[in-house]
Design a protein around this ligand. Structure first.
Ligand SMILES: [Zn+2]
Length: 318
């Protein structure tokens, strides 16, 4: 699947000077209409001394590896020590300038190549990144990374089925475009090429792609990550002590609350500039000094009067 046609090692100093232990795969579009062979030959050209390179070029008919995976390439635009440039296998998908059928085929081929690399390295789909993840460039400009990842995932699903010894699993998966798996009468077509199924599916609102096992493979709804627990107060109480006094507000207004916490305490009201309040308790939390009193309804109120981080005082107390 991956044809090796390494560049002349005399070019390594310019095109791939550093040893590399790859940590992932970075996807690019060439933004031109050259073939994979031309892309590879261009890097290998004797007078090409630009620090621009990539590991693999892929078009509609072949995938060519031109630089060994244990050497870095200059592709991610994130500098000499950049994560992308120094740790990622770079893949250029050809014909992205004009797009069309040969580009779609190149993308489908890229999905297969990436799936194979993920398998080889024992990586998950999270190891697949876009050029733009590393630097401020709109690349890949034509490939939709979500779609590409779905194509890669379905390649992975297919290959794991192939690897299992279960003979009942079809090795040549068919992608069926239907409204639902159970309603075969809505079928728009069945395709051996996922990308072709996707093109048909995208034309028909409300349709999905199902593999031979009836599993919906497109569009895949992104699972919603679990909601993190509501943040507990980061302003915990340090100490409290009785003290009787009177505070006069020196800022525009201060909220007072039912707990000595700006996270957990519910605002009960405000005191405004020059207004005074009598208090009988002082509470010190990690962030504030609070005064406290029993409100008119018999409930305890808490009002921050000093912000500890910068010792900013909001009231004058006697
Ligand atoms: Zn790029």
């Amino acid at each position: 699947m991956l044809k090796q046609q390494l560049i002349n090692s005399s070019k390594y100093d310019v095109k791939c000077p550093y040893e590399m232990n790859p940590e992932g795969i970075c996807i690019h579009n060439t933004a031109n209409d050259a073939s994979a062979q031309n892309e590879r030959d261009n890097v290998n050209r004797e007078d090409n001394n630009a620090e621009v390179s990539f590991h693999i070029a892929i078009d509609d008919i072949e995938s060519i590896q031109l630089i060994p995976f244990n050497r870095n390439t200059w592709h991610a635009g994130d500098g000499g020590n950049g994560q992308g440039n120094r740790k990622y296998i770079s893949i250029e998908i050809c014909y992205s300038k004009s797009g069309g059928d040969r580009f779609n085929k190149a993308e489908a081929m890229a999905a297969r190549v990436v799936a194979k690399l993920l398998n080889d390295y024992g990586w998950g789909i999270d190891k697949v990144k876009a050029h733009r993840d590393f630097s401020n460039k709109n690349c890949p400009h034509r490939t939709d990374m979500n779609n590409l990842k779905q194509m890669i995932q379905s390649e992975l699903n297919g290959s794991s089925a192939n690897n299992s010894n279960n003979a009942s699993i079809s090795t040549s998966d068919l992608y069926r475009v239907r409204k639902s798996w159970g309603d075969a009468s809505t079928q728009k077509g069945s395709y051996s090429n996922f990308n072709n199924a996707k093109i048909e599916c995208d034309k028909n609102y409300g349709y999905s792609i199902y593999n031979s096992n009836g599993i919906k493979v497109y569009p895949v709804t992104t699972p919603v990550p679990p909601t993190p627990p509501i943040s507990t107060s980061t302003d915990s109480e340090v100490k409290r002590y009785s003290e009787n006094g009177k505070c006069t507000i020196t800022v525009d207004a201060i909220n007072f609350r039912d707990k000595p916490s700006t996270d957990e305490g519910v605002i009960q009201g405000q005191y405004y500039n020059n207004e005074s309040v009598n208090y009988d308790l002082v509470v010190i939390t990690e962030k504030y000094i609070w005064i406290s009193w029993i409100g008119g309804n018999g409930s305890r109120r808490y009002m921050p009067i000093t912000q500890k981080s910068n010792n900013e005082k909001w009231a004058y107390c006697v």
